[in-house]
Structures are given as C-alpha cells and as structure tokens.
Design a protein around this ligand. Structure first.
Ligand SMILES: [Fe+2]
Length: 260
C-alpha cells in the first residue's frame, strides 16, 4: 500500500469538484483540508494506541476516505447538512464503489473500508464490532472529532459572522444554549445535530463527544492542543457549565491514564 497514492486520489477527486466559483470552491477546499488533517490525527492515534500491521493500514484508509462523500454531496445539494440532502457516510460508500482506486487492498478489505466510511458518522456504533473494522471505525470517528473541535472553535472565534455552512445555520448568540442539549450531554444520552439551535449548542454537543472517544490518545490530542479549554472558554460561566466541565475533565483524566 502506498499512502501517497491514496492521498493523491482523494486530492484529485476533491479538486475535480472545484468550479472556479468562490463559495463552492471554499467549501470543497475546507473538506479536503479536513480530510488531510483527519488522516494526520488518525496516524497519531494509530501510533499512540499501538495499532499495527494490516489493521493500521486499513484504519489509515478509513480516516483518509471518511468524508469522500462530502464532495459529491456539496456538488449536488450545495450543503453539508445531511438532513437536507443525503447521509454523507452513505454517499461515501457509493463514491468509493464508483472510483477506480489504487491497488493494494483486496475486495474484502475495500468492503471493510467502505463499511468504516459508512459508519463514521453514525449516531451510535454497535459496541460489538469485531476485528479490524472495530479499530477502523474507532480511529476514523475519533480522528474526525478531534479535527472538528479545531474547525468549529476557529470559526466561532473569528470576528464577524461565522460561515453559516460550517456551523450548520445555527443562531449566533453570546450566552444562549438549549436546555435539551445540555441535559442530553449531562445525562450521557444521545444528542445529534438536529437538536442544535444556537452556536453554543454545538460547543456543548462537542463536549459530549468527549465521553464517547474510543481512545485515550484522542483525549490526549484534544487536551494537548488546548481544545477542551477553548471549548469551555467560549461557553457562559455558570454552575451548570462548570459541572459539565468538571465531569468532562474527570472523564478525560481517567481515559488518558488508563493503559490498554
Ligand atoms: Fe464526515
């Protein structure tokens, strides 16, 4: 397997969706850059967790190709909102089936890669997944979450109006957040994008992801990059947000100190 061939594949496929129009091309580049950073995060997680051999190669592919469906999604629908277009994980599976991909993996292995791409954005994943697919899905999901923290925090901290496609058309408000989102995250319940109303809700949703990271290395990456502190720094300072922060930090401390 030559990783550089696969990187070139993704780059050329993405760049094939550039049309010379600013808004379109900005969003295509955003997802291309995201894909490359998720690849880097995936490699860091694979190394930190001691994942090796063929499983490491397959998990690398899952991270690199996880958002391949985003390019045709934006081309067809002009949005990254799955609810208003198509499930982009599913779109990724269809895209991979239609591409002439570099050699080096068997048909069975491509089936695993497609399965991981299809599951990377599932609300929940069956904890009983076995074998390489389990590592592939976990690496892709964690690597994706680690990058989304940076993307969202950067967008929300920019002065002026944030890009409404990136923050999914949420209302920007200095202090407001939704009770249902905070309650869902505090109780360990599920919370998805359809529940979000304010930009702060996105930060609370991301804080909730910290409880569902598969790997201690992913928690370590987020802490070391200051992304957890930044997330809470952008939320209002009150008792319930402080409770959430304490709960998150306690969880992350346990996650990063547990050795496998
Ligand atoms: Fe995705």
């Amino acid at each position: 397997m030559s990783l550089s061939d696969h990187i070139l594949m993704v780059r050329e496929f993405a760049e094939g969706h550039l049309v010379g129009e600013n808004r379109n091309d900005y969003h295509i580049r955003l997802k291309l850059d995201h894909s490359m950073r998720v690849l880097d995060n995936g490699l860091a997680i694979i190394e930190g967790e001691g994942i090796n051999g063929r499983t490491a190669q397959l998990a690398t592919m899952a991270a690199l190709y996880h958002d391949i469906g985003r390019f045709p999604q934006f081309a067809r629908y002009g949005t990254f909102k799955d609810a208003e277009s198509i499930n982009h994980g599913r779109m990724g599976v269809l895209t991979l089936r239609s591409l002439d991909l570099p050699d080096g993996f068997t048909e069975h292995e491509w089936r695993l890669i497609r399965a991981a791409v299809g599951l990377h954005n599932a609300k929940t994943v069956n904890p009983g997944l076995k074998g390489p697919l389990s590592s592939m899905v976990n690496v892709a999901r964690d690597a994706d979450k680690v990058d989304i923290f940076g993307v969202i925090l950067d967008h929300l901290s920019q002065p002026g109006t944030p890009d409404r496609v990136v923050i999914l058309q949420l209302e920007k408000h200095p202090t407001r957040y939704s009770r249902a989102v905070l309650d869902a995250v505090m109780s360990g319940g599920s919370c998805d994008y359809s529940m979000l109303r304010y930009d702060k809700d996105f930060l609370i949703l991301m804080a909730g992801w910290l409880f569902s990271l598969a790997y201690g290395t992913s928690a370590r990456l987020l802490l070391d990059r200051g992304l957890v502190e930044r997330t809470f720094g952008m939320l209002p300072k009150n008792d319930e947000i402080t409770d959430l922060k304490e709960k998150v930090l306690t969880h992350l401390q346990a996650a990063t100190s547990a050795r496998h």
